[in-house]
Structure formats: structure tokens, C-alpha cells
Ligand binder design. Structure first.
Ligand code: ZN
Ligand code: ZN
Length: 147
């Protein structure tokens, strides 16, 4: 259930409003930037795409977008922080993480396989009493350009 850009802006605006924050031009630009990417991006990568944005306000805006649930942080194999739009906005997906260069990419698993995976995870949790509501699954390895 990935949203189109107009819908994304609408949702982002509503979430910010609910937190009594304003959907400023800078925040809109960040949402637009992230919506145009197919992988999580670091702040330097985003700055490279929009060199005229100032780093300090970009960080502030990103933190606010994260607080209201429009953006989420992605943990990779290195200590660089990457950001992407929240999963409920761009749809459920997984990440492949290169342990050599740190590259993180999105990939999607077919719905049938997701079902099988969910069943296997529920089974593994057994009678622990834990109620799964979702999963995050990263695949670590070596990317095409590093291997
Ligand atoms: Zn790599
Ligand atoms: Zn999944």
C-alpha cells in the first residue's frame, strides 16, 4: 500500500499537525526526496541531491518527521544513519545490507512467501505468549559491486 506523492504530503501534513508542527517547505522537500528513492539514504547522500539545503535544518526536520512517524531510521552494517519513509507509507519491504561497503537496498518478498514467513515466525515463537504484529528482516551479505 504505497501512497502517491499527493497522498504522502497529505498524510505527512496531518501527522505534523497532530503534533502541532507545521509542514514547512524544508520538510516537504525531505519527504519528496525520500519518496523518489528506492533505498534508505544517509544525510550526506540527501545533501548531495539538494546541495542548497542547510545541513542543520535538514537534521532538525528529519528528527521532527521521525518523531511524528513519517520517516524511520534504518540500521545498516556501519554506523551511518539512513532514513526512509515509514513502512506504513511506502509498504512492507526488507533490506539487503552489504557488510563491505555498507550499501542498504530495499527488496520485496512475494505475498505468498510473506505468509509462509509469518507462519514460520509465529511457530518459532511457540507458546511464549508473544503476539507478533509484524516483522523486520534484513539480509546481510556482499553486494554486486563488492563481490
Ligand atoms: Zn557493497
Ligand atoms: Zn516481510
Amino acid at each position: 500500500m504505497s501512497a502517491d506523492l499527493a497522498e504522502l504530503h497529505h498524510i505527512a501534513d496531518r501527522r505534523l499537525r497532530d503534533a502541532t508542527l507545521v509542514y514547512t517547505k524544508g520538510r516537504r522537500e525531505l519527504v519528496e526526496l525520500l519518496a523518489g528513492l528506492t533505498r534508505p539514504a544517509t544525510m550526506p547522500e540527501l545533501l548531495e541531491l539538494r546541495p542548497r539545503l542547510t545541513q542543520s535544518s535538514m537534521y532538525r526536520n528529519m528528527t521532527d518527521l521521525e518523531t511524528v512517524g513519517v520517516v524511520q531510521k534504518v540500521v545498516g552494517a556501519d554506523d551511518r544513519t539512513r532514513y526512509e519513509l515509514a513502512e506504513d507509507l511506502i509498504g512492507h519491504h526488507h533490506h539487503s545490507i552489504c557488510t563491505r561497503c555498507g550499501a542498504v537496498d530495499d527488496f520485496v518478498v512475494p505475498a505468498r512467501t510473506e505468509k509462509t514467513l509469518e507462519a514460520a515466525l509465529a511457530k518459532a515463537l511457540g507458546d511464549s505468549g508473544f503476539q507478533p504484529t509484524g516483522h523486520r528482516l534484513d539480509v546481510v551479505g556482499v553486494c554486486a559491486s563488492c563481490s
